[in-house]
Design a protein around this ligand. Structure first.
Ligand code: ADP
Length: 300
């Protein structure tokens, strides 16, 4: 994670290079537009500049600006209600599915405006997968849970190989290889969560978003998911929302600390990022007293 890399070379070497997210030709305004002129940082996969999200007329998070690094684990931490889930949902346009949600500001993915009108949100969610708090397998066999996405996308190659590769990468193959045709609901909670990660990996994503992926799991299963994240980081970029500070400290490279502030007019409570930095710095030498109070447990 600290070795110098050449992201362009890495991308060229990938089995599945990052395709354009566009389904249509860019609009006339786009080539000269702000997003097109913005030069991405060398290793940033997402660049957020002044991102705000509201539900109806209620702001949820405001003015979020930071870059998310390629092949890194980025943790979003902070008290409940400060907008961590809202922000992570922006990264694969899941908020599009909430009718009252509006997103403003600029959010670039590989230097492309994720919210440009030419961008296909379905393609976005294929490239940027999501794992949720509660494991949510389909009521199907273990095999069919994994094969579902590749079948829908018409992915080439042997389906047996695709299923085995995804389950192996998600460190659950050995536990389930003899019962692939049994219902996924028969798995333990921790196995179901690794199945959901495998389902996400089966469609060859670029980024994995995890919204509190361990909060419904026991400590042993949590440890397995954390080990898995550290393994997956070599090939994928991961963003995780966690209320568990030890987890953020254990697995992440970068941490964004969010808090809730009263707006200037004292009417609305809105999530803001107080500090974004290397995880080690956030936990050992934070730059802001509010971060220090939170990570030392002085405030919840
Ligand atoms: P966190 O993940 O940090 O707990 P959330 O992103 O869930 O925070 O919530 C931030 C704010 O947005 C809260 O005030 C919450 O009530 C509000 N909110 C979240 N989701 C919705 C939604 N679907 N509709 C309306 N308000 C929402």
């Amino acid at each position: 994670m600290t070795e110098p890399r050449d992201p362009q070379r890495e991308n060229a070497e990938r089995e599945h290079p990052i395709p354009s997210l566009h389904t249509r030709e860019p609009s006339e305004a786009a080539p000269g537009g702000e997003a097109a002129q913005h030069q991405p940082a060398r290793e940033a996969i997402f660049q957020l500049a002044g991102v705000s999200v509201s539900y109806g007329d209620k702001p949820a998070v405001r003015d979020i600006t930071f870059d998310i690094g390629n092949n890194e684990i980025t943790a979003l931490i902070g008290p409940s209600g400060c907008g961590k889930s809202t922000l992570i949902r922006c990264l694969n346009r899941m908020n599009d599915l909430i009718p009252s949600a509006t997103v403003s500001g600029r959010l670039l993915y590989h230097g492309e405006d994720l919210y440009a009108k030419e961008v296909d949100a379905v393609e976005v969610r294929k490239r940027i997968g999501m794992v949720f708090q509660k494991p949510n397998p389909f009521p199907k066999s273990i095999y069919d849970n994994i094969a579902f996405g590749p079948r829908v996308l018409g992915m080439k190659g042997s389906m047996d190989d695709i299923v085995e590769r995804a389950l192996t990468r998600a460190a659950v193959w050995d536990e389930v290889k003899d019962r692939l045709k049994t219902n996924a609901f028969g798995m333990s909670g921790g196995q179901q969560q690794r199945l959901c990660i495998a389902r996400c990996l089966a469609v060859e994503p670029d980024v994995i978003l995890m919204d509190e992926p361990c909060s419904a799991l026991d400590p042993i299963s949590t440890g397995k998911i954390e080990d898995l994240m550290l393994e997956l980081e070599k090939e994928y970029s991961i963003v995780i929302v966690t209320h568990n500070m030890q987890q953020a400290a254990r697995v992440s490279d970068k941490t964004a600390f969010f808090t809730v502030e009263l707006d200037a007019d004292q009417k609305n409570r809105t999530g803001r990022v107080v500090e974004f930095d290397d995880t080690e710095k956030i936990f050992t030498n934070p730059g802001d007293a509010r971060t220090e109070a939170y990570v030392t447990g002085k405030v919840g």
